[in-house]
Design a protein. Structure first.
Length: 322
């Protein structure tokens, strides 16, 4: 495993030097050419520019520092500076975030982005801040779709018994159980090999991830179920962030905003071009899907995972966003 000197560690070691340059490590699960890679680079470039080179940065891509759950833990102890992660494992640290992971909640990208860029998004970033993490900006992973190696999935009956890798997220697991699959939670760095070796039959991720991870090498079928919107978030370590001046915090905030904008632009591009890429690489893309029966089963089995604890107010507020 590559070792990184994080900004927090360098800052502690060089606390007496007024001109210390800090190298910020930005961790994420995907390749440097993925939508997260584009966002990570935008973060680094913006931070370097605004700080006049006082901060530089490097990516720790492709899960080099572990799965998303490990990286979030790394932020809490200061072994990582900044992470771009889906909300998949974040509910394990900030349970209120599960509201965003409910299946068939967001109607489309506009609905999701408007919600996250408004009061609800800010409230949830603040909640993250109450849990030994710093939530800087809502970025994006995208609407998730099911892929598998066995057969075309058009109806919930086609999911019956399918061993499907999910994120380590109890809302997603409950939803897939309700839809008839056998959900198998697993960290993303283990997934490609698990698909290759038939440990699981399938997985679910946005087009952005299916293309950047070349899942066509190990999966034949992709069903455009769009069963859940997968937000991503730019997080910083409180160990680093709390030691910054207000001006420096402003640079980090601007870098996170630039990162989220660059990632969303890349998601837009891949939503246009990605499906053709899947077909070109031999995947059968199933588009004639009636989502209503999936939505009914998924909601019946998973919404209570959130509402039993927090009630339905947040769900209704999100549904009401125009
Ligand atoms: O499936 C996941 O774990 C996530 O969608 C991924 C690919 C790590 C991106 O956040």
């Amino acid at each position: 495993m590559k070792h990184f000197l994080t900004g927090a560690i360098v800052a502690a070691a060089m606390a007496t030097s007024a001109h210390a340059q800090q190298n910020i490590v930005v961790g994420h699960a995907l390749s440097t050419t993925s939508h997260y890679g584009v966002g990570a680079q935008a973060f680094i470039d913006t931070l370097t520019e605004l700080s006049g080179g006082a901060f530089t940065g490097e990516q720790a891509p492709a899960g080099q520092l572990g799965g998303e759950r490990d990286m979030i833990e790394g932020l809490q102890i200061g072994s990582l500076d900044v992470v771009i992660t889906s909300t998949g494992p974040l509910g394990n640290f900030v349970p209120e975030i599960y509201a965003l992971d409910l299946p068939f909640l967001f109607r489309d990208y506009d609905h999701a982005r408007t919600t996250l860029d408004g009061d609800i998004g800010q409230e949830l970033l603040d909640k993250i801040g109450e849990n030994n993490l710093v939530g800087l900006a809502w970025s994006e992973n995208g609407f998730r779709h099911v892929t598998n190696s066995q057969h075309a999935v058009r109806t919930p009956a086609d999911l019956d018994g399918l061993k499907l890798r999910t994120m380590e997220n109890k809302v997603h697991m409950a939803a897939f159980e309700g839809m008839g699959a056998a959900p198998t939670p697993m960290a993303f760095p283990e997934l490609f090999t698990a698909l290759q070796q038939g440990v699981v039959d399938g997985q679910e991720n946005p087009v952005t991830v299916i293309t950047s991870s070349k899942f066509w090498e190990v999966q034949k079928y992709v069903s455009l179920t769009g069963h859940v919107y997968s937000p991503a978030v730019v997080l910083a370590s409180p160990v680093l962030f709390d030691g910054l001046s207000d001006e420096q915090k402003g640079w980090f905030q601007a870098a996170a905003d630039a990162s989220a904008a660059a990632t969303r632009a890349e998601v837009n591009r891949l939503e246009e071009a990605g499906v053709a890429l899947l077909r070109e690489n031999g995947m059968e893309v199933i588009t004639d899907i009636d989502k209503a029966p999936f939505a009914e089963l998924a909601a019946a089995s998973s919404y209570n995972v959130y509402t039993d604890q927090y009630g339905s107010e947040m769900v209704e507020r999100i549904q009401a966003v125009k």
